[in-house]
Design a protein around this ligand. Structure first.
Ligand SMILES: Cc1ncc(COP(=O)(O)O)c(C=O)c1O
Length: 343
C-alpha cells in the first residue's frame, strides 16, 4: 500500500499554512470585523475558502464524501498543485501518455519537473510494456492519465488504468474532463479503494461553465488536506461558487445538452466521413472529433478565412484537426464550408 505522507515534499509537510479570517471563525452570522472587509455592498465579504455549499451539492450528486473533494480554479490549478505537493524541482519526474492535454507538460516545466513521455500505441491506447520499467524509478512521482483523452478522444482501457494505479508506488492522476460524454464507466468509485488516486473532473465541459473556472479533484482526505494547505485561501470567488451551485440544480438542462452533443457528434462524424478531404474520423468518447485530413494546415487556414475556428493538431498528430461538436446549425455550416474546399 502506498504511504501518501512518504510521497509528499518535505517543505509541504513542514509548512504552516496561512490562516485566514474565515479559517478562524466559520459561522455565517454575526457582526464581521475580522477580515478588513468593507461593510457596504453585497459582494463585500470574502468567499468561503472551502466552498462548503458547493462541495455538499457535488457530494450528493457524485455519491462521494465532502472530505474527499477539492475544488480548484479550473483543473489547471489542481494539475499545478499535484506538482507542488509531490515533486521536488529538478530531481523528480512525472509521466504522461502522448499525445495528450498540453498543460501537464507546461505545468511540469513551470515547476521545473522533468516529463517522461510514453507514446500511446497506434490505437491511442496505453502500452503497459513501456510503462512498467518506470515503476522502479524512485524519482517518478506522478503518472497522468487523460481518459477520455484530449486530443485523441478515446478512453484508455479500464484494466490498464487499474493496473497502473494498483502497481505504481506513486500518485496516479486521472483526468476525466470529458467523462460525461462517454458511456464507459468513470473511475470515481476507485477513489475509495486506492489512496494514491487523484481523479479530476471539471465544470468547464459538460456543465457548460468554462468561464467560471471550477475544477474538481476527488481523492483521499490526506491528499485533499495537502491541496488545502497549498492553495491560495480564497481560490474560488463567491460568484463562481454560486454559478456552479446553480448549475447543479439544473440537472435536466445539462443532461439534455449532453444528449444533444452526443447525437450531434455522431451526425457530424457521419457527415465528415463523406467529405473528399477526409481521411479518417476517429471514434470519440468526448465532445470533439479528431479528424485526419489531406492537408490540415491548408484546411485550417481556409476555415479561418470563413470565420470557422477548429484546432489544428497536426504538430502532434500528422494532418489532424480537432473539431469541437457545436450546435446543429454550427456543425452544418462547418460541413458546408469543408465541402467547398478542394485540394
Ligand atoms: C483533458 C483536459 N483537462 C482539463 C482541461 C481544463 O479544464 P479546466 O477548464 O477545468 O481548467 C482541459 C481543457 O481543455 C482538458 O482538455
Amino acid at each position: 500500500m502506498v504511504d501518501i505522507n512518504e510521497l509528499v515534499k518535505e517543505n509541504v509537510i513542514k509548512l504552516t499554512p496561512y490562516s485566514c479570517a474565515r479559517d478562524e471563525f466559520k459561522g455565517k452570522t454575526g457582526i464581521f470585523m475580522d477580515a478588513n472587509e468593507n461593510p457596504f455592498g453585497n459582494l463585500n465579504r470574502y468567499p468561503d475558502p472551502y466552498q462548503r455549499d458547493l462541495k455538499a451539492a457535488i457530494s450528493k450528486i457524485k455519491g462521494i464524501l465532502e472530505e474527499k473533494i477539492f475544488l480548484g480554479n479550473g483543473s489547471d490549478e489542481i494539475i499545478d498543485l499535484c506538482f507542488r505537493v509531490f515533486c521536488n524541482p529538478v530531481v523528480d519526474k512525472a509521466l504522461t501518455f502522448t499525445p495528450t492535454y498540453g498543460m501537464y507538460e507546461v505545468s511540469a516545466s513551470i515547476n521545473d519537473i522533468k516529463i517522461v513521455k510514453v507514446p500511446l500505441n497506434e490505437s491511442f491506447q496505453i502500452d503497459l510494456k513501456k510503462v512498467k520499467p518506470w515503476f522502479s524509478d524512485k524519482n517518478l512521482k506522478l503518472i497522468f492519465i487523460c481518459s477520455p483523452n484530449n486530443p485523441t478522444g478515446n478512453c484508455m482501457n479500464y484494466s490498464d488504468i487499474e493496473y497502473i494505479i494498483a502497481n505504481f508506488n506513486g500518485i496516479v492522476v486521472i483526468d476525466e474532463a470529458y467523462v460525461d460524454f462517454t458511456d464507459k464507466p468513470s473511475f470515481i468509485k476507485m477513489v475509495d479503494r486506492y489512496p494514491n488516486l487523484i481523479l479530476m473532473q471539471t465544470f468547464s465541459k459538460a456543465f457548460g461553465l468554462a468561464a467560471v473556472r471550477v475544477g474538481i479533484a476527488f481523492s483521499n482526505p490526506d491528499i485533499i488536506q495537502y491541496f488545502n494547505k497549498l492553495k491560495p485561501p480564497y481560490n474560488i470567488s463567491t460568484i463562481n461558487q454560486k454559478a456552479a451551485l446553480r448549475k447543479l440544480d439544473k440537472v435536466e438542462e445539462y443532461k439534455n445538452q449532453i444528449i444533444k452533443i452526443k447525437k450531434e457528434r455522431e451526425r457530424l462524424s457521419t457527415n465528415l466521413k463523406k467529405l473528399k478531404i477526409t481521411e479518417k474520423v476517429y471514434p470519440s468518447d468526448a465532445n470533439f472529433l479528431l479528424v485526419k485530413v489531406k492537408n490540415a494546415n491548408y484546411i485550417y487556414n481556409m476555415l479561418v478565412d470563413k470565420c470557422i475556428i477548429v484546432r489544428n493538431r497536426s504538430s502532434v498528430i500528422d494532418n489532424c484537426l480537432r473539431i469541437t461538436v457545436g450546435k446543429r446549425s454550427e456543425n452544418n455550416k462547418l460541413v458546408k464550408a469543408l465541402n467547398t474546399i478542394s485540394i
